[in-house]
Write a protein that binds this ligand. Structure first.
Ligand code: F0G
Length: 451
């Protein structure tokens, strides 16, 4: 059976090519822009290739009770909407997706928004949202007979790639910025057997270097310039829509780094809408760190029509990116959905992360920008109390334990970064205490901590 119904379309000049004809760097040979996956059969009102909305909703739900490995994947459960393989039998899965959607009672109360939720993509097999994209693109790499795959990464992509490559029986090459990625992520790449090159460059420099490498050797590039990554990463949109019984939330808030994820989620909701599975799409807003905010600057200076690369600095290392590859796709998503793009400070990120922690939902600092951003949007009056809002948490708290420990020890932020926020931060800090090995000393530690 041929499960493959796709072609690639350049987002810049509209050129269309067969999937297998893409260049190693996934740039258009005509205009240099990126491609996105397109399914020509979906444009027709009728015909065998246009999915049937009602039947799909039923089928996808049924698959939750199935014993098939592919049906256990929260990505491949929706495979009718990602027909990118010649055979779905080639899919490489670690049972990714199907991540929880949690209500946030404390943040809801504090912000006066009753319907506030977190979709926790950190609950994926390697602890980040990258798994949903990696299962899709790694399956393509395997089906097309590659022996080597590679990515540049701030850590999570490399962890996911190394794991899926190991499952697929492929070799993997990771290029990461020396000293600038969280230990948990580096450990994963090593554990899953990647060849790991630590390079004296930032993420943007690593990606540039790797693109030169893949042009010279037969290595399949698995960064999010690879459009198949985004096909997998669009599926949390399906999960969210399904969780709300196909009435989509009003607003989805996503962190922005290389800007693949916001682009993918926008595509997911757009396709659901075009196929008649949902009646509208949510607003999608993108939040960056102040020190790594090229998209915010792009909106400020040119309404998103040009982007000036910058040197990026933030302790949220996952989004320490100054020259995001998918910025044009993200601009389109924000503009088409009526979302916003804004930035938050290092202290705001740390506070939001601790607040999510106090709800029992740890996450990476890069994920916490979503709550910090929501607070700003709420204060500006851009989010009203009656709205349903979903924050997309992208990574697991244990990825970057060092950040969390430094926050609670009080060594994370410099004094000038916390001006006016000292009391708020002190209330959230829960440092470990050195205590005598006696019951009395342990009980004394509880004094003043009740409630
Ligand atoms: N959150 C986390 C935890 C990430 O790891 C990333 C990106 C993002 C948010 C931003 O997503 O790039 O699609 O806008 N991490 C990449 C990596 C760059 O190499 O792991 P984006």
């Amino acid at each position: 059976m041929n499960d493959n119904l796709h072609q690639l379309r350049c987002i810049g000049c509209g050129a269309r090519i067969a999937g297998a004809k893409a260049l190693p760097d996934f740039r258009c040979s005509e205009c240099g822009d990126l491609f996105e996956v397109e399914y020509p059969g979906w444009g027709q009102r009728r015909g065998p290739d246009r999915p049937n909305a009602g039947a799909l909703k039923w089928l996808w739900r049924e698959r939750r009770c199935s014993s098939e490995a592919l049906d256990h994947s929260g990505v491949w459960r929706f495979r009718e909407l990602l027909p990118i393989l010649d055979s779905f039998g080639n899919a490489v899965t670690l049972r990714e997706g199907n991540t929880p959607l949690y209500h946030l009672p404390r943040a809801s109360k504090a912000l006066g928004i009753d319907q506030l939720f977190a979709k926790h993509q950190g609950m994926n097999p390697t602890g980040s949202f990258k798994d949903t994209g990696m299962t899709a693109a790694m399956s393509v790499a395997k089906e097309r007979g590659y022996e080597w795959v590679a990515c540049a990464s701030t850590g999570n992509t490399s962890a996911a790639m190394a794991a899926y490559a190991a499952r697929a029986g492929l070799r993997s090459l990771v290029v990461i910025p020396d000293g600038k990625i969280a230990w948990g992520k580096l450990a994963q790449a090593m554990d899953y057997g990647a060849v790991t090159c630590q390079v004296k460059a930032d993420f943007d420099g690593c990606l540039k270097l790797l693109i030169q490498v893949v042009k010279e050797a037969n290595i399949y590039l698995l960064n999010s310039v690879n459009p198949y990554r985004l096909e997998g990463q669009k599926t949390p949109a399906f999960e969210i829509a399904e969780a709300f019984d196909w009435n989509v939330p009003d607003h989805l808030i996503v962190p922005g780094g290389n800007l693949g994820n916001s682009s993918a989620l926008g595509k997911g909701f757009r396709e659901l809408h075009e196929l008649g599975l949902v009646a509208r799409v949510p607003r999608i807003s993108v939040i960056q760190a102040v020190g790594a905010n090229p998209l915010v600057r792009s909106f400020e200076t040119s309404h998103g029509s040009s982007l000036q690369p910058m040197e990026a600095h933030t302790r949220a290392t996952a989004i320490r990116i100054g020259n995001p590859a998918s910025w044009r796709k993200a601009v389109r998503v924000i503009q088409d959905t009526g979302g916003w793009c804004l930035d938050v400070t290092e202290a705001e990120i740390a506070i939001a992360k601790a607040e999510l922690g106090s709800e029992g939902l740890g996450c990476e600092p890069a994920s916490a920008v979503t709550l910090a951003g929501l607070k700003k949007l709420r204060a500006r009056g851009d989010v009203s109390p009656g709205e349903t809002v979903v924050l997309l948490l992208t990574g697991h708290t244990l990825k970057d334990a060092e950040y969390t420990i430094e926050f609670h020890r009080g060594t994370l932020l410099r004094d000038e970064e916390t001006v006016g926020l000292e009391a708020e931060i002190d209330a959230l800090r829960k440092n470990a205490q050195a205590v005598e090995a006696t019951p009395g000393a342990v009980l004394a530690a509880l004094k003043g901590r009740a409630g």
